[in-house]
Design a protein around this ligand. Structure first.
Ligand code: SF4
Length: 218
């Protein structure tokens, strides 16, 4: 399997913010977000076996992590490897995914306990299929990265899509952390507008930035 990093840190996003975790960062993504802080650089790619992953991950269990975050990139690009690896985990697996690969999710969904699912504008059909697979499962939330000047029409579409398939889940608006071509974060007015729009249709809307960036940890 292709990975970039294995490390211990604290979850910086979403409803489980602050939980200690082991992070397994897989290499490669199927989409290209302007704000991505984990772009694909071939020199960062390591090829390892699931057994080698476990050998590196096991000493970090002494730090008493809550779970193992399988993140990326997009982890669901490597489902065959995940099927071998995740049953070896001694603690729960937490999936961080861009929510665009529903067919891939189907084959590994039972291996995970926690699900952090992005809503990516432009992938509404994929998102709806993805969320239908997660229907009635506990420990699922939806995250949307708010960029500056996000079009109001797209905001309306977003809320309708999320309402259709994930109405009662926590919906986290994550104001973008400036990176790459994104030179500024969303303003307070933009955050308020997005919150008010979402709150009209969704019962559990929260605004949570990437807190690990403030802490200065990975
Ligand atoms: S989905 Fe995540 S890893 Fe992929 S390009 Fe977007 S931010 Fe980066």
């Amino acid at each position: 399997m292709y990975i970039k990093d294995i490390f211990f840190s604290y979850q910086g996003e979403g409803p489980w913010v602050g939980y200690p975790q082991i992070f397994l960062r897989l290499y490669g993504c199927n989409i290209h977000c302007a704000y991505c802080d984990e772009p694909d650089f071939a020199h960062q790619r390591e090829t390892v076996t699931p057994e080698q992953v476990m050998a590196r991950l096991s000493p970090l269990l002494e730090k008493k992590p809550h779970s193992i975050s399988v993140t990326g990139g997009e982890p669901l690009l490597q489902v065959d490897a995940l099927k071998e690896l995740i049953p070896l985990f001694p603690i729960p697996a937490y999936l961080e995914t861009n929510g665009t690969l529903p067919r891939h999710l189907e084959s590994v969904v039972d291996l995970f306990t926690y699900f952090s699912v992005d809503y990516k504008p432009g992938f509404d059909r994929e998102f709806m299929e993805f969320m239908s697979i997660l229907a009635n499962r506990p420990n699922v939330y939806v995250k949307w990265v708010l960029t500056p000047d996000f079009p109001i029409m797209d905001l309306k579409k977003l809320v309708k899509t999320v309402e259709a398939v994930a109405k009662n889940l926590p919906f986290v608006i994550q104001p973008v952390t400036p990176f790459g071509t994104i030179k500024r974060g969303a303003s307070v007015a933009e955050i308020d507008r997005a919150f008010q729009f979402a709150k009209q249709c969704l019962p559990d809307v929260r605004v949570i930035p990437q807190t690990h960036k403030y802490m200065g940890v990975k």
